[in-house]
Ligand binder design. Structure first.
Ligand SMILES: Nc1ncnc2c1ncn2[C@@H]1O[C@H](COP(=O)(O)OP(=O)(O)OP(=O)(O)O)[C@@H](O)[C@H]1O
Length: 244
């Protein structure tokens, strides 16, 4: 089942210039990294894909399922850019609560919460109140919440922001361990860290798709003398500079 945004236009105010205008986007299978400068519209695209924001015109589907359908919200997980610590809840309770909101029963959500926290290396903080966690730990709670209900599509808004290098590596391991049935779209400014390990790259600029395709195709935009290990950054810079 493919997630498809068709002719989507979105503006935050009726009179404002649209952030996304007549955008067509089809999410390929595997892991896609969404790149773009601040304000390009990455979070907006992810919110539309998650069904938490409706396009002014156009539509969003997962296969035949429209984003307004209840089943759509069960099939898609969204990790917002800003994770809110729920007052008085522990990390495990917060993740379990997300599972319950997504339709799991209480027992399954409680069990799956512990598993998801272990996957992001946060088992030792499961009983800590979420509001006492560091920024990087809270982001891992956000990733765990996205993993908890076995969604088919994961939409992750800057999942590695604020994570230390070890945690970023663990996050890459989490992605690598996902089964082929799971499709991922994640936004990041960590171009070097994530882009070279993804299957696909999408570059968004001022609400338009500047590039979408395989990671190899993306890296081919790097100059031939680009330093090994910095090819993704070089490719991104080259694409940004040649934008029309
Ligand atoms: N709640 C809002 N109200 C009004 N304008 C908004 C709102 N959220 C975002 N915008 C505007 O929409 C545009 C796209 O924002 P968006 O957050 O989607 O970009 P982004 O690519 O995710 O940026 P960043 O990399 O900084 O997170 C920006 O011009 C931003 O100012």
């Amino acid at each position: 089942m493919t997630l498809h945004l068709r002719a989507c236009t979105y503006a935050y105010r009726p009179w404002a210039r649209p952030v996304l205008s007549n955008l067509d986007y089809q999410l390929p299978p595997g892991v896609t990294v969404l790149l773009g400068p601040n304000g390009a519209g990455k979070s907006t695209l992810l919110r539309l894909a998650a069904g938490v924001t409706r396009p002014r015109t156009g539509n969003v589907h997962l296969g035949d399922l429209p984003s307004r359908a209840r089943a759509y919200r069960g099939a898609v997980a969204w990790m917002p850019q800003h994770i809110t610590a729920m007052t008085a809840l522990t990390a495990r309770e917060q993740v379990a609560y997300t599972g319950w909101l997504k339709g799991m029963n209480r027992t399954d959500a409680w069990t799956a919460s512990a598993t998801a926290l272990a996957r992001v290396d946060l088992a030792d903080q499961a009983d800590t109140r979420a509001r006492r966690l560091s920024g990087g730990q809270l982001r891992r709670v956000g990733v765990a919440a996205a993993l908890v209900h076995q969604a088919r599509v994961l939409l992750l808004d800057e999942p590695t922001a604020g994570m230390d290098p070890r945690q970023r590596r663990i996050f890459r391991d989490v992605l690598a361990a996902l089964t082929d049935e799971v499709t991922v779209l994640l936004s990041t400014h960590d171009v070097a860290d994530l882009a070279e390990e993804s299957d696909h790259v999408t570059v968004l600029q001022a609400g338009r798709i500047r590039y979408t395709g395989t990671t190899d195709g993306f890296l081919a935009h790097a100059p031939t003398d680009a330093t090994p290990g910095r090819r993704a950054e070089a490719a991104y810079t080259a694409l940004s500079e040649t934008s029309g």
